[in-house]
Design a protein around this ligand. Structure first.
Ligand code: 3HC
Length: 291
């Protein structure tokens, strides 16, 4: 099963990164967004990332030009009709994802593989709502996609092993290190990472230490690139809450239960870096902690 033409549905934080790495790896990429404004925002995100990669001397200007030439944008799902692989990276909402795959089923060829970048919904539930559960897998990337080397490949009981093999090979072709994870909410990374972030919030609520001190502790004590609060702000507190709720719903274990402070911040629209405020305030030169 040769994958040459790739479709990416959604050009937000994750979709733009996926489109960028796929184009950079030599695939012809068609990106679908809802309207021209969303396309413009997605393009800007990709351009910023490409400039950063150039600044950091990870790529040449010619590499960026070649990758850009392999990227196309559309508002029509029907423009994905000739794709070998379509990766969905839209909002973390099962009905919205199912509706997207329903529309894709109607236009894409029988050979096309569908993949979802869901971070916490079960892949089986999404696959079961399509006409091609055998050609459906989870393909979970990490933020920032051009930097993080891991990709989780998540087959279901219905996935054709050849499809899984093709998607693993695709992950490698992107320069990522694929791992295969069982289909349970959270797969491997979020299953372990989300309770860790939630636990940090609980320890803050208990008054163990301040936000920057907990972050410093985990950075310097464990060598993590970011502390749990900086990371939660980076992932997005709304996203973290949503993932925690889905995982709690699946496992009913207290380690996945969202702590009250996380809910309060999300209620206030403080989603982290993307809104300028979360556990830190990012409006100045240096992030200022909430407490
Ligand atoms: N393209 C290619 N490479 C890039 C790049 C780009 N656009 N931007 C940066 N890089 C490279 C840099 O050259 C550098 O490479 P080097 O180590 O070889 O020198 C490396 O990436 C780090 O970049 P920077 O030095 O600019 O940045 P920092 O050192 O400040 O690191 C960070 C930033 C990579 C975000 C780091 O803090 C980090 O790894 N944080 C943790 C991120 C994380 O845990 N992500 C997973 C979140 S969970 C998730 O996504 C799952 C979802 O379901 C919630």
């Amino acid at each position: 099963m040769k994958i040459e033409r790739v479709g990416v549905v959604g050009c937000g934080l994750m979709g733009s990164g996926i489109a960028e790495v796929a184009a950079r790896a030599g695939f012809e990429v068609m990106v679908r967004e809802l309207d021209e404004a969303a396309i413009a925002a997605g393009r800007r995100r990709i351009e910023r990332s490409m400039s950063r990669a150039l600044e950091k001397e990870k790529v040449t200007a010619a590499d960026n030009e070649a990758a850009t030439a392999r990227l196309q944008f559309t508002t029509e799902l029907s423009d994905l009709a000739d794709r070998d692989l379509v990766i969905e990276a839209i909002v973390e909402n099962a009905d919205a994802k199912a509706a997207t795959f329903d529309a894709l089923d109607a236009v894409c060829g029988d050979h096309a593989i569908f993949a979802t970048n869901t971070s916490s919904l079960t892949v089986t539930d999404l696959a079961a709502r399509t006409a091609r559960p055998d050609r459906f897998v989870g393909l979970h990337f990490f933020n920032p996609v051009p930097v993080m080397r891991l990709v989780e490949v998540v087959p279901t009981l219905a996935s054709d092993p050849d499809v899984v093999e093709s998607v693993v090979a695709f992950g490698r072709a992107l320069g990522k290190e694929p791992i295969v994870a069982r289909d349970g909410s959270g797969f491997v990374v979020n299953l372990l990472l989300v309770p860790y972030m939630l636990d940090a919030v609980r320890q803050l609520e208990r008054g163990v230490a301040s936000i920057p001190d907990i972050d410093t502790a985990m950075r310097l004590g464990c060598g993590y690139p970011m502390g749990p609060f900086a990371l939660a702000d980076f992932v997005g507190l709304d996203t973290t809450l949503r993932i925690a709720e889905i995982m709690f719903d699946e496992y009913r274990e207290s380690r996945y239960a969202p702590p009250p402070l996380l809910r309060r911040l999300v209620s206030l629209g403080r989603f982290g870096r993307k809104t300028g405020r979360g556990f830190y305030d990012y409006s100045g030169d240096e992030p200022v902690p909430l407490v």
